[in-house]
Design a protein around this ligand. Structure first.
Ligand code: NDP
Length: 321
């Protein structure tokens, strides 16, 4: 079995290739070539542990095991940690074990980049980033990779972290500034990315102008929320899977509870937009929201590419279990 560390994964997977791998996974999903149950989540009081298995015809069989422990920040540890195990699709024999933390970081932003490319209005390149952590940086890299990030406004709960993110983005050649409030960051932005673990809405209905595309990434459990129910009810909604969104998205469930969405709202799968089976943006002034929850196929598609590349470059460690 080939073992790839985080450094090995970084060595073989640039962002452009992660975007390509995720897109292949989405195309397979749209063509019914994947088996992917809604993830199983176990909570132990300190954090969340998720198990995310899937099969992608012709690409791979595997699972990601991922944890989210928000208090790790105080320990100087990553809040998300993960491993990905791949198995031979013909024999079921374990074939590779990879660090999954970096793939989680990159594939999430890659998926948002694909959603932005498909759903944001023509010429969109002014981005508001709400949150300043790992996902915020990765989203900057992914949006810059697809050429949709000219100007960046950063809002962060901790102003120092917002400044650090803006300074780092400036170093990448982006016109970046810190916004004192979320409404300030969103005003005039073509794309808004929310990347916080907030449990209450932090982006209000009035903050989002017509024509904006929102990547709502942070709220990944029913107990979490970033967007006001009125905003969710006013937008066209795009999701990774309908079952996952109806079970896990605090933003969508709250909007249904508050009567801003019907009990069975229209949720369009991003994969169907990618293959043109469903319509994306219909007009320059509608609000589109991609409610991202993350899918196993994104992880396994990226892991499969990483393993292929690592074998060619002869990196990683072979072990027998
Ligand atoms: P980090 O811990 O690296 O960053 C979290 C950021 O959110 C920090 O800027 C932090 O601010 C800010 N923050 C924390 N709590 C609040 C709050 N109550 N209100 C406003 N801001 C807050 O996490 P990641 O960037 O890795 O992940 C961000 C979110 O994305 C998480 O909720 C995670 O579950 C979700 N996620 C979703 C994925 C998907 O596939 N959809 C995949 C991976 C993550 P400060 O600097 O002050 O601490």
């Amino acid at each position: 079995m080939l073992v790839l560390s985080e450094a090995d994964v970084a060595d073989v997977l640039p962002m452009a290739d992660v975007i390509e791998a995720v897109e292949l996974g989405l195309r397979a999903q749209a063509q019914d070539k994947v088996v992917q149950p809604v993830r199983v989540v176990v909570r132990n009081g300190a954090g969340m542990f998720g198990s995310m298995p899937c099969s992608i015809d012709g690409t791979g069989l595997g699972a990601k095991l991922v944890t989210f422990f928000p208090d790790n920040v105080r320990l100087g540890l990553h809040t998300h940690n993960a491993i990905i195990e791949l198995f031979d699709p013909q024999t079921g024999v374990p074939s590779a074990l990879l660090d999954g933390r970096l793939i989680t970081e990159m594939r999430t932003a890659a998926t948002s980049a694909i959603a932005t490319r498909e759903l944001a209005r023509e010429g969109a390149n002014v981005v508001a980033m709400i949150g300043t952590g790992v996902q915020a940086r990765s989203h900057v890299q992914a949006l810059q990779t697809i050429g949709m990030l000219r100007a960046l406004r950063v809002w962060g709960r901790t102003p120092d972290n917002a400044k650090k993110l803006a300074d780092w983005a400036s170093g990448l050649g982006i016109k970046a500034s810190v916004s004192a409030t979320i409404p300030d960051a969103c005003r005039g932005a073509h794309v808004v990315c929310t990347v916080t673990p907030s449990t209450i809405p932090i982006v209000e209905d009035a903050d989002i102008e017509q024509g904006t595309h929102v990547n709502a990434v942070g709220s990944s459990a029913p107990s979490m929320q970033e967007l006001a129910p009125g905003l969710v009810g006013r937008a066209r909604l795009f999701v990774d899977t309908v079952e996952g969104a109806m079970r896990e998205s605090g933003d969508i469930l709250a909007a249904i509870r508050e009567g801003k969405l019907p009990p069975e709202p229209e949720l369009v799968r991003l994969c169907d937009v990618v293959v043109k089976q469903a319509q994306g943006r219909r007009s320059a002034d509608e609000i589109t929201i991609f409610k991202s929850l993350g899918m196993a196929i994104e992880d396994v598609a990226c892991a499969a590419v990483a393993v292929e590349r690592a074998k060619v470059k002869k990196i990683g460690t072979e072990i027998t279990v």
